[in-house]
Design a protein around this ligand. Sequence first.
Ligand code: SF4
Length: 346
Amino acid sequence: MDKEVETAIYEELESNTVRCGVCPRRCTIKEGQSGFCRVRQNRGGKLVSLVYGRAVSYGVDPIEKKPLFHFAPGSRAFSIATMGCNLRCDFCQNFRISQEWKDIEGEDLPPKEAIKKAKMHDCDGIAYTYTEPTVFLEYAHDTMKSSESLYNVFVSNGYITEEAVDYVVPYLDAINVDLKGDADFYRRHCNVPDPEPIFDALKILSKRNILVEVTNLLIPGENDSEAHIRERVEWIMKNLGEDTPVHFSRFKPDYRMKNKKPTPISTLEKAIKIAENCGLNYVYSGNVPGHKSESTFCPNCGELVIKRHGFTVEEFKLKESMECHNCSEKIFIEGERWIPEKLFKG
Ligand code: SF4
């Protein structure tokens, strides 16, 4: 198949130069050169994707692994990635396929084949994940467009333009955006000159009625101060609303941050307290299997409504109308049609 599909959102400039429009870097790319992500290249004055239909990683994951806790709980997501990323995070857990690569690798997996594989593996939907779906937007878009009864979810860094959001929004069901820190953190550790477009993208996604969950990896001494956490959760409360699920994730030393210590559990617990005190209804810990805060509790009566261990749903105590079994409070859950029937039967 043709692996060099013309990209969807770019401008043609003078002298065969182009400007990519899918992420806020808006790279100006001369003929024969590639953008910052290295997977979008100017070929004869046209901007092409070098990773269309080229999956470097795919597999079946529980939706909880994304993490998405409030969309289709208990369902199975066929997860796909290509190479490349538009950020350069020092703590990247997938740096071999996102940043530290020489040649584009992967297996031919055109959209229709990806959908076929998802169905063959009895999946309920497709997750565009592991690397950054923004850099393989056309591949994701065409897969989503043909995905029929399957859902489509993104796991993204949120560094995406409004045009690119609108390109996929008609087919997108939910997204988890990794909100990493303040402007200084983004500059020092992610090579993002200004994170404002990430906050803008979150607001746009929410306005377009896409279910948004937010993850925040807490790195000791870098983005885990009380003031920083409070600032982020207050922003979420104000701009995305009290029902936005927030995941505080435990950092494990990796890549260019091997010298750091893992996040103490007490830091995660402190962050959860701050977020709950600010008024957020659904706050979770991540990467701490067995912790109480992996589960969902009714914000009205405090009863356990979804018990999780790691990525597994162990108990599902919601009525089919997504109400608390104890007090009938409506619990914020979407994607009900993909919730496996067996969960309701206990
Ligand atoms: S997606 Fe890639 S080429 Fe396009 S603006 Fe972003 S980094 Fe540059």
